[in-house]
Write a protein that binds this ligand. Structure first.
Ligand code: GDP
Ligand code: MG
Length: 436
């Protein structure tokens, strides 16, 4: 899956005709979204919006149309999930009454305890209400978790009136001046209607400040309908996606967002009490797309663009390679880190940069190379061809390195020069979006 988008991205960046490349990428993205359990209709809407933007608007100056297109993809996906900013999780008033709803096994009880722990660490006083009367063991489960976290739990084992317990529990903690009150509810009844009816009644009587829908990341395509049914019973204020530590990509959560209009606030990343994170939209987008970290990819595209100016591109293509250009190339490579392999596509557009990027080795070499560059004269930097054996010795001495190290850097220069020759044979100016 990773490879699909990755290669789609590579193909996109390489592809000649922009509109055709956009079409192809969009198709791949649709497939990928559906594969990640995003609702089909949602995937279509999203991709057509992306396409519309990509074909209509002009990219800002200094950014090629293709780079900009990737940014649009990322922006639209992120926007759907609530934008770049992390969601606000601070209670707007005290006490803040949260009611967790969701199917049996989605992780409500665990998440109730996780939230208690989270808010306790924020310095807030938390009380938990055990209002799942369907499962006999539910009260004990929450009681034990409450003890583990060190927060009180209100429950009435034996009483099957979940709504009454919820109302009394909230009252109990209100009187005790708790800052956050969290109600754990049932996830199953004899019939689904009974469950939804109970949730509706409970929220009407308790009037919670926030109803959180707990969704298992692995629920897949069902997420849309489940979320909608809960939303109809009791308006969902926010979403928590659990079990994102598993293999599920959580695309279903996107559908839940679409079905409720609510945003994701937290994600569960394990069974342990502290395995709850405030939701980070860009990271989630990367996960859904199967791209390691599209956030940094975008940033890197921008940085490479900065390092590698049109002037540089022109120099490379015209064969006017100098040491400064070589060094910039090397610095860019270092910045690219583990994504270097993909990003190699950018400067040469499909022409593989003819040296291996081994980041650890590169780090060591970078500092040497910097020293070497610094002990070169301007003349040598502009025209490395004049560097003979005796100059090499002088440079090595000045940099505090071996002559071999200087030789190696000069070898990189030769390689870039060779690359430059290769590039000249291709239609690179056009592909880089540079108008001669
Ligand atoms: P409930 O029926 O909705 O109350 O679900 P529970 O809280 O009882 O959780 C069901 C199972 O899911 C338990 O085994 C939990 O340990 C597990 N679980 C809950 N959240 C997560 C999570 O974020 N990651 C993982 N791996 N397991 C989770
Ligand atoms: Mg439970």
């Amino acid at each position: 899956v990773f490879d699909n988008i990755r290669s789609a991205l590579a193909r996109f960046l390489k592809g000649g005709d922009y509109e055709k490349a956009v079409d192809e990428f969009i198709r791949e993205l649709q497939k990928e979204l559906v594969r990640a359990d995003v609702n089909l209709k949602l995937a279509m809407e999203l991709t057509s919006r992306i396409k519309e933007r990509a074909l209509k608007a002009e990219p800002p100056p200094g950014i090629s149309r293709k780079e900009w297109f990737i940014t649009v993809v990322y922006e639209e996906l992120t926007r759907l999930l609530g934008g770049e900013r992390k969601p606000s999780v601070k209670p707007a008033k005290k006490p803040w009454v949260i009611m967790l709803v969701g199917l049996q096994g989605s992780g409500k009880t665990t998440t109730t305890a996780k939230l208690a722990y989270f808010y306790k660490l924020e310095g807030l006083r938390v009380g938990l209400v055990a209002a799942d009367t369907f499962r006999p063991a539910a009260y004990m489960q929450l009681k034990q978790l409450g003890e583990q976290v060190g927060v009180p739990v209100y429950g009435e084992p034996g009483n099957s009136d979940a709504v009454a317990i919820a109302v009394k529990g909230v009252e109990f903690f209100r009187e005790r001046k708790m800052d956050v009150i969290i109600i754990d509810t049932a996830g199953r009844h004899h019939r689904e209607e009974d469950l939804l009816e109970e949730m509706k009644k409970m929220s009407e009587h308790v009037k919670p400040d926030e109803v959180m829908l707990v969704i298992d990341a692995a629920i897949g395509q069902q997420a849309f309908n489940i979320a909608r049914r809960f939303h109809e019973a009791t308006p969902i204020g926010s979403i928590i996606v659990t079990k994102l530590d598993g293999t599920a990509k959580g695309g279903g959560a996107l559908s839940a967002v679409a079905a409720t209009g609510a945003s994701i606030k937290f994600i569960g990343t394990g069974e342990k009490i502290d395995e709850l994170e405030v939701f980070n939209p860009p990271r989630f987008v990367s996960r859904i797309l199967g791209l390691g970290d599209i956030e940094s990819l975008i940033e890197k595209v921008r940085r490479v663009q900065l390092d590698f100016t049109e002037e540089d591109a022109r120099r490379l293509i015209e064969g006017k390679v100098n040491m400064r250009l070589v060094y910039k190339q090397l610095v860019s490579l270092r910045k690219m880190g583990p994504l270097g392999k993909i990003m190699q596509m950018i400067p040469g557009l499909g022409v593989k940069i003819p040296f291996e990027v081994d980041s650890k080795q590169l780090e060591e070499k970078m500092s040497k190379w910097l020293a070497i560059i610094n002990s070169m004269t301007y003349e040598e930097l502009d025209n490395p061809d004049i560097i003979d054996r005796s100059r090499m010795k002088r440079i090595a001495r000045g940099a505090g390195v071996e002559v071999e190290d200087v030789k190696e850097l000069l070898k990189q220069y030769e390689l870039v020069k060779k690359l430059s020759k290769q590039l000249r044979r291709k239609d690179v100016l056009k592909r880089l979006g540079i108008r001669p």
